[in-house]
Design a protein around this ligand. Structure first.
Ligand code: IPM
Ligand code: MG
Length: 366
């Protein structure tokens, strides 16, 4: 059965790493594991340069119609002057909202081969495997009012609104509990119920959902304490579920623990569509890295692993996803490293050579 993938490379290294994803897509097609057809559009600064918007209506429609969206990265100093509504990040926020991908899965895995690249001691991070489940379409990112008003006395007031309704908390909590069942059956729920009403509701709803999952252990944690515990003893976490803003912050922190932000993929999922497939967007955790863009230096692994997540979560191709993930493990074990994860004694490679090594490992794993 043919499936459609809409590719939005974005800006900076986004273009280079998406080219590598295309090679892996071509490989899976050639092996007759999949039958993917791809189309591509513009997002972020590259869309702005051509159309003066962060993403066009046409490309947004294509993203909505596709079976899954593969996203690269957006942004860069070139677009610092652009109006707030058209800044590169607006493309991502529009897609998240219109595709209604409310569940953002951000695994933070410490690869044994890279444990020394973490800023924490090896023993604290070796074997780390946390899954952050971030609510992605609500909270302060989208709440209204969201404005700056002039108070007329030389002062202005900036307002963002944190707002959550029961159903939004209920559905993200269920995603977290369901995923915990495929892992170690533990969920931490992080909020600031000690100062925020939305936090009080968050905790109340999560505790209600937990009643349906007696086999999963739920622990409440204040978001600030979660930030501290992540650097004190990160291995205490299995699944960490939290709101949009805390999830943004805590997932960057968790990514850095692994020493390999260039390695981490993510999936943003919504409800099933009429064709039975979930609304889905996949993207690396890292940004557009304008400083190394266009030089063939970028690490393609996070995007390639995002494609593995796509195989697993959109198309139920668990074996193929695992095979791709194993191929990545293999090239790391073989000593291949891009600049961002380079260590003494390893083989330094560029973007395309890294993908070629992964494809070779895939061939061998047949
Ligand atoms: C992320 C990013 C985005 C966010 C930006 C680029 C809008 O930081 O995906 O974590 O804040 O959600
Ligand atoms: Mg972020």
């Amino acid at each position: 059965m043919t499936h459609s993938l809409f590719l939005l490379p974005g800006d900076g290294i986004g273009t280079e790493i998406m080219a590598e994803v295309e090679k892996v897509i071509a490989w899976t097609n050639a092996e007759q594991l999949t039958d993917f057809v791809t189309d591509r559009g513009l997002a972020g600064g590259s869309a702005y340069d051509k159309h003066q918007v962060a993403i066009t209506d046409e490309d947004t429609q294509k993203a909505l119609a596709a079976d899954a969206v593969m996203f690269g990265a957006v942004g860069g100093p070139k677009w610092d002057h652009v109006a707030y509504e058209q800044r590169p990040e607006a493309a991502l926020l529009r897609l998240r909202k219109e595709m209604a991908v409310f569940a953002n899965l951000r695994p933070a895995i410490c690869y044994p081969a890279l444990a020394d690249a973490s800023s924490l001691k090896r023993e604290l991070v070796e074997g780390l495997d946390i899954l952050i489940v971030r609510e992605l379409t609500g909270g302060v990112y989208f709440g209204e009012p969201k404005t700056i008003t002039d108070l007329g006395n030389g002062q202005k007031r900036g307002i963002d609104t944190q707002v959550y309704e029961t159903y939004e908390i209920d559905r993200i909590a269920r995603v977290a509990f369901d995923l915990a069942r495929t892992r170690n059956n533990r969920v931490h729920s992080a909020d600031k119920k000690n100062v925020m009403k939305s936090g009080v509701l968050w905790d109340e709803v999560v505790k209600g959902v937990a009643q349906d999952y007696p086999d999963v252990k739920l622990e409440h944690i204040l978001a600030d304490n979660a930030a501290m515990q992540l650097v004190r003893n990160p291995k205490q976490f299995d699944v960490l579920v939290t709101d949009n803003l805390f999830g943004d912050v805590l997932s960057d922190e968790a990514a850095q623990l692994t020493g390999s932000i260039g390695m981490l993929p993510s999936a943003s999922l919504g409800d099933k569509k009429a064709n039975g497939l979930p609304s889905a967007l996949y993207e690396p955790i890292h940004g557009s890295a304008p400083d190394i863009a266009g030089q063939g230096l970028a690490n393609p692994i996070a995007s390639i692993l995002s494609f593995a997540m796509c195989l697993r979560y959109s198309f139920g191709m668990k074996d193929e996803a695992a095979r791709l993930e194993k191929a990545v493990d293999q090239v790391l074990a073989d000593g291949f490293r891009t600049g961002d994860i380079m260590q003494p004694g390893m083989t330094k490679v560029g973007t395309t050579a890294m993908t070629d090594a992964i494809l070779k490992a895939l061939d061998k794993s047949a």
